[in-house]
Write a protein that binds this ligand. Structure first.
Ligand SMILES: [Fe+2]
Length: 352
């Protein structure tokens, strides 16, 4: 197969990373990012017509939020993962997006290699090598020299800075506490575990995240495969480790990091959430997890969800209006129609 050269990000340090040429059409001379699209759960064996819609939306940046291929059947093998990536590399719309739109990627359990997997997965070095190859992570990139795949980049100049922080919620994650009533609403697979020894990010990534949150930025997209603020279900979520989620909220408060919005995937649904309890300011979350195979009959309690689940194929969009100082989070369907949206004012996203 001929090796293609996809657009990647210049990885020159943590702050001040630039988007590489060619410049997307909606991005203006000030280098500010205005439209970021986001999606996850991309089964390489299924049709992917949505890419034409995403391309027509002309995002300045696309974030692949995990499950970017499915290769988690056991026994895991490097050959099966390579085959999955090879199939994905032949999807015309996805190839065109990767050739024309700057993009970033983090994995989730199915490209990591084990359904709902964490630190215990024995082949993570093999799946990381395949990830680095497929996503053409350049030599010298910090991800090559440390464990896991967490990463961040900054776009735009002072006053219009967007920081994208990709969290690795697989590599270091402790074992989850299994449900005592598997399948029961609210306890579908896992129970909250307040064991202080359990970790979601691991100490190295926690330390790194603290440094990222200290970087000045107007908007920060914290990308986590696993849902963050969501309540009301017993699938994977940060609430599986309530102390770790408290630690995250406290870290954002202590670093005085303004402008945090969460993006998540994993669930095969689309939804918007808002949490204002135990947070320094309201935390909004956009879950977009339905590029190829949404969970069409999903039903769940949504105590902090904004509106209903969206259970058809979709992608997420973050539109930034710098002059109006607003952000709009949206879920768009396969025709590009907005199905759910939430307008946020920048000045909501800071401690009062
Ligand atoms: Fe998935």
């Amino acid at each position: 197969m001929q090796r293609r050269h996809f657009i990647s990000l210049a990885a020159a340090g943590l702050a001040g990373c630039a988007i590489t040429a060619p410049q997307p059409s909606s991005q203006e001379a000030d280098g500010a990012v205005r439209r970021i699209a986001f999606g996850s759960c991309i089964d390489q064996t299924k049709p992917q017509p949505i890419w034409d819609t995403v391309l027509a939306d002309k995002p300045d940046l696309f974030i692949f939020g995990g499950d970017n291929v499915y290769a988690s059947d056991q026994p895991w093998s490097a050959a099966k993962l390579a085959q999955a990536y090879a199939l994905q590399d032949e999807v015309p719309g996805l190839v065109r997006l990767r050739e024309t739109v700057p993009h970033m990627a983090i994995w989730d359990d199915h490209d990591y290699g084990l359904n709902d997997g964490g630190a215990e997965f024995g082949h993570k070095n093999g799946s990381k090598a395949a990830f680095l190859r497929f996503w053409q992570i350049p030599p010298g990139d910090p991800r090559r020299a440390r464990e896991g795949l967490y990463y961040s980049a900054m776009f735009g100049k002072e006053g219009k800075r967007v920081q994208v922080i990709l969290l690795d919620t697989r590599w270091f994650r402790s074992a989850l506490k299994p449900s005592d009533e598997r399948g029961k609403p609210g306890k579908e697979r896992y129970l909250p575990d307040a064991d202080p020894a359990k970790t979601m990010l691991g100490e190295a990534q926690w330390g790194w995240l603290k440094e990222q949150l200290r970087q000045p930025a107007e908007l920060r997209l914290l990308v986590s495969g696993v849902q963050v603020v969501v309540e009301g279900h017993g699938w994977e979520r940060w609430g599986n480790f309530p102390l770790e989620r408290q630690r995250l909220y406290r870290l954002i408060a202590d670093t005085q990091a303004q402008g945090v919005v969460f993006l998540s995937g994993d669930r095969h649904i689309g939804a918007l959430y808002r949490e204002a309890t135990g947070t320094p300011y309201p935390f909004y979350e956009l879950t977009s997890s339905g590029i190829t195979h949404p969970w069409r009959d999903a039903v769940e309690a949504g105590p902090n969800r904004l509106g209903e689940l969206f259970t058809q194929q979709h992608y997420g969009v973050v539109d930034i209006d710098w002059s109006a100082a607003t952000i709009r989070l949206a879920l768009k369907d396969i025709r590009g129609a907005v199905q759910r949206s939430q307008l946020i004012r920048f000045n909501e996203l800071k401690a009062k």
